[in-house]
Write a protein that binds this ligand. Structure first.
Ligand SMILES: *Cc1c(COP(=O)(O)O)cnc(C)c1O
Length: 354
């Protein structure tokens, strides 16, 4: 039986994508060769990379606006240092909204002064700080749009002339935003776009080349832009599968269409959390993530029963992160509304039992 996959990452991907990717590993489009054994310089793969990059910009509405899309290796975690390496001359501002922000801050401190502009650490990151003042002399301001572990999400981004850098690993392509407000967006593929192994970077070309330090070629965004994201051997399987997911999203109607479905999923689970006395939400209501719903069980004696019911219904991956506890239902783009329906039915059945 196919499970209802609420895993926080690596995560569920569309079934059609999985099937096509699996087929390409055996043989790519009748070529007599596997996707993972052809040269990355072959016509076939160059076309795949170009399509993946073009689809990313198209879906974000950034085509022809001076941005480049790159598919690099090293995960979003490498971008924590890469961003600072390429952009931090003197001071950068970071909003600390959780584990991933903290890791980004730690790396940036190797390169210059980091100002923690706001933080929700004192409440174990259950909300998004707002109304903070942004110093004017920053090289950039770094945000984390969706806090995968804590289940919070930035709804309104600050208005500022300072270059905006955003880690969108866990909510990219999930909701409509004016992406041209951002100067650099990065996202590990394995949350909402593809398998682990590649990270999408979308960067405004004009913000690069301004720091005085020397940047090693592999870490320099300009190297990769100059080589069309093919400076060295790209992670071909991860890029191909991401391309298929982006094509799937485009065929579905793009971000606007998926946003509607994501809103339905989020409403369904949060209304159950709010109405059902057996459960309580972790994140502040106004900052709730539409991707990762975090909640606790109010009566611990029901935990075993709930876990057993979930197991029987084929629900996978809803245990909360160790730093929060409780439960976390991750509802990325490819998770069908029906899967959330199955989980919500179990939650209300538990209430009747308890
Ligand atoms: C998962 C995650 C990361 C880390 O991604 P890796 O690809 O494992 O390095 C960074 N930021 C956010 C918001 C994440 O959800």
């Amino acid at each position: 039986m196919k499970k209802h996959n609420f895993s926080a990452g690596p995560c569920i991907l569309p079934e059609v994508v999985m099937k096509q990717a699996a087929k390409a590993v055996v043989e790519l489009d009748g070529s007599g060769l596997s996707l993972i054994e052809i040269s990355h310089r072959s016509k076939a793969f160059v076309a795949i990379m170009e399509k993946a990059r073009a689809l990313a910009l198209e879906l974000l509405g950034l085509e022809g606006k001076g941005y480049s899309a790159l598919f690099l290796q090293g995960g979003a975690s490498s971008q924590f240092l890469n961003v600072a390496y390429n952009l931090l001359e003197k001071r950068a501002g970071y909003v600390n909204t959780g584990t991933w922000s903290l890791k980004a801050i730690k790396e940036a401190r190797l390169f210059g002064e980091v100002v923690e502009i706001a933080s929700s650490q004192e409440d174990n990151f259950n909300y998004i700080p707002k109304g903070y003042t942004i110093p004017e002399d920053l090289d950039y301001l770094h945000l984390t749009s969706n806090n995968t572990i804590f289940g919070t999400q930035i709804k309104n981004f600050p208005e500022t002339d300072i270059p905006l850098v955003c880690d969108m690993s866990s909510d990219i392509f999930s909701r409509q935003l004016d992406f041209s407000k951002f100067d650099l967006i990065y996202a590990g593929a394995q949350k909402n776009m593809g398998p682990a192994g590649t990270t999408l970077i979308v960067v405004k070309d004009a913000i690069l080349g301004k720091v005085s330090r020397k940047i090693p070629s592999m870490l320099d965004y300009q190297t990769h832009i100059g080589k069309d994201s093919m400076f060295n051997t790209p992670p071909v399987f991860a890029v191909y599968t991401s391309m298929l997911t982006l094509q799937w999203l485009k065929d579905l109607g793009g971000i606007a269409a998926i946003e509607e479905i994501n809103e339905k999923k989020a409403k369904l689970i949060y209304s159950e959390i709010d109405l059902n006395p057996v459960f309580s939400g972790f994140a502040k209501k106004e900052d709730r993530s539409f991707m990762n719903a975090t909640f606790n069980i109010t009566d611990d004696t029901l935990k075993e029963v709930f876990d057993e019911m979930c197991k029987e219904a084929g629900i996978n991956g809803i245990n909360g992160h160790r730093s929060v506890g409780g439960y976390r239902a991750s509802m990325y783009n490819a998770l069908p509304l029906e899967s959330v329906g199955v989980l919500v039915d179990i939650m209300s059945e538990l209430e009747r039992k308890g």
